[in-house]
Each structure stands twice: as C-alpha cells, then as structure tokens.
Write a protein that binds this ligand. Structure first.
Ligand code: PBG
Length: 334
C-alpha cells in the first residue's frame, strides 16, 4: 500500500515556502537579526608602538599604538557598535604580572586614553587577566610547584580590577577562569565606590585550539596549556554550572567562548540564566573565514554575517568579534 499524502482538495496544504517568497516577506518572517548594537570590538594595544603592527595570523587585525587605538575607538563608535574590549601587550613581563595593576601599565594608560576620547559613546571594556603580563604566560600566579595558585591570583585580579576601574574602564572582562573571581572583584569594586562598574564573567571559557592566532596577537609566553583552569571542550553541563555560579556571584553579564564550536553551550546558558549572555567569536574563528575567503573559497561578507547571525540565533545577546566595526558598516548599508 502506498503512503497516504496529506491531500485535501489542493495539494500540498501546508506550504512553508509561502514565508520565503520575496525579500519583504522574508523580512517579516525573520526571527533573528544582527544590529550594530549587538557587537563589541576586541582590540590590542602594544606598549612602545608608534604605528600599528599587523598580526600575521589575523589578517586585517593589528596591534595598535595608543593613538591608532583611539582612532579605532572613534570609528567603532561612529559605526554604532556598543563597546570596545581592550587587551594590553606590555614591553616587560614578570612572574606576577606587575604591569597589569600599574597605573602606568599599557592597558591602563590606553583605557584612560580611549575613555577620554569616546566618553559614553562606547562602553570601554578591559580584559582582566594576567596572561599578557606574566613571563610564564599563565592567567594567574604560580605556586612553588609551578601550578596556578587560585587564591593568590584572586588578590592580583582584585588589584588589577581596581586599577582598571580607576583608569575609566566601564566593564571588566574577567577571562582568567579562577574560582571566585567574580565575587572577589565585585566586593573590592563596591568597597571602593565603583558600584557602577560592570563585571563580565567569562563563565564558560573552554580550553580551545581556536585561540591559536590570539597567542601571536598578544605575544603569548605560554608553554603548555590552560587545562587546569579553562573548561574541557567535552563538557556542556559544566559550562552551565559555571554560568550559574558567576551569576550568583554578581556578574552583570556572562560569556560563552569560543562561539561557533560551542553554540549548544550558548543556548543552554541563555536558557539557564537571566543576565545578558555574550559570546566571543575568537581569533581562530576569524582566521578560518579570512583564510578561506583569501583563497576565494567562500564569500567573505556573507560568511561573516551568517556566522554572526548563527551566534545570535544560538542565544547571544552580544557578540565580541574582530569584524565588529566592518560588519556594522555592512549592516547599516543594507
Ligand atoms: C586570555 C584570553 C585568551 C583569549 C582572550 N583572553 C586566550 C587564552 O585563553 O589563551 C582568546 C581570544 C581569541 O582567541 O580571540 N586572557
């Protein structure tokens, strides 16, 4: 016997294609979009540069001088994106990352310069982690056995967070994956009167191969890996657990990172917490699309916009992406 088809009078009776028939109908039917305000630009500033220096593994991205960073921040604001996340590359490193909480350290100096330049047009944000500032490249300080010492690191994060808030950062991006980091930094900020300084907890930050190009961008000194503090890529529930802990400790925003290889985690975190959820489209995601586009294997602009849309659809309220300013320009021109 042949299967009965859902025929009643005319066939077929159910026509999903009706909602795809023209650009205007598709506009009415689209569930997700990407607007400039959904984007934040990560940017690198390197001590001692007088002109921007290209990053080989991230074509189109540079290490900025303080002056070129200021200009990039103005362009980002003009493009209508919401924020800029600053990463510092110091000239000198040591075991405890002294440059991180030095008011004259590159990241703090650059933060003050950018904040003075753009005012409230962008949320000026700072990476709060020691890895760029330590001579061993780990995100925290080491104990006598060479292991990353969680609680000693928290003291360094508190000091770094206060230095960043004093420099004018509006949002501290706690990316080091130490237990208790959100609670410790929140308490210290509040005690010093920085009750309006936002905290982004990198809640579900995975030990990922997709950070490869970033390590060149910040001249990373790391040998080995970060598997004792970043999450195992096999674990989804643990990502949700970390997000719930960060929310309970007072994080204003939580993060899932990387984005595209962890969209399932992103969706689960979005469903589990009530604070905004951001996702970080990391250096390796950027480099893959750029490399394929440079070879003529992919339509660069379409692939970038689709990647951002997919991250938003999975549940990101905001996406950190190296394409933020450029993509905002495309979106506004559409
Ligand atoms: C560490 C940090 C990393 C990234 C952002 N913050 C690298 C790491 O954990 O090794 C990666 C960002 C990217 O790959 O674009 N503070």
């Amino acid at each position: 016997m042949s299967a009965r088809l859902p025929v009643s009078g005319s066939f077929p009776t159910v026509r999903p294609r009706r909602l795809r028939q023209s650009p205007a109908v598709r506009d009415l039917a689209r569930e997700t979009d990407v607007l400039p305000r959904h984007l934040v630009l990560p940017a690198f500033v390197r001590e001692g540069l007088s002109a921007p220096a290209p990053i080989g593994s991230m074509p189109g991205v540079v290490q900025h001088s303080v002056d070129s960073l200021r200009r990039a921040a103005v362009e980002a604001a003009e493009a209508g994106i919401s924020g800029i996340m600053l990463f510092g590359v110091p000239a000198v490193r040591d075991a405890v990352g002294s440059g991180a909480d030095d008011p004259e350290g590159i990241l703090n100096v650059a933060t003050a310069a950018v904040a003075a330049e753009v005012g409230d047009a962008l949320v000026v944000q700072t990476d709060l982690c020691l890895d760029e500032f330590t001579d061993h490249g780990h995100c925290g300080v080491l104990d006598a056995n060479g292991a990353v010492d969680n609680d000693a690191t928290l003291e360094r994060y508190v000091s770094m967070g206060l230095a960043q808030a004093r420099a004018g950062s509006g949002l501290l991006g706690l990316s080091g994956m130490m237990d208790g980091q959100v609670g410790a930094v929140r308490e210290a900020l509040d005690a010093e009167g920085f009750t309006d300084t936002l905290i982004l907890g990198y809640a579900a930050k995975y030990a990922s191969a997709f950070y490869g190009p970033f390590r060149e961008a910040v001249d990373s000194q790391l040998h080995g890996d970060r598997r004792t503090y970043q999450l195992d890529p096999g674990n989804r529930r643990e990502g949700v657990r970390e997000a719930l802990i960060d929310e309970a400790e007072g994080a204003d925003v939580v993060m899932v990172k990387p984005a595209m290889a962890f969209l399932d985690v992103l969706r689960e975190v979005r469903d589990a917490v009530t604070v905004p959820v951001w996702a970080y489209q990391v250096s390796g995601e950027y480099a893959m699309i750029e490399a394929a586009a440079a070879n003529g294997w992919i339509d660069r602009r379409a692939a970038v916009l689709e990647s951002l849309l997919s991250i938003r659809r999975a549940g990101a309220d905001v996406v950190l992406t190296y394409w933020a300013t450029e993509a905002a320009g495309w979106i506004r021109a559409q």
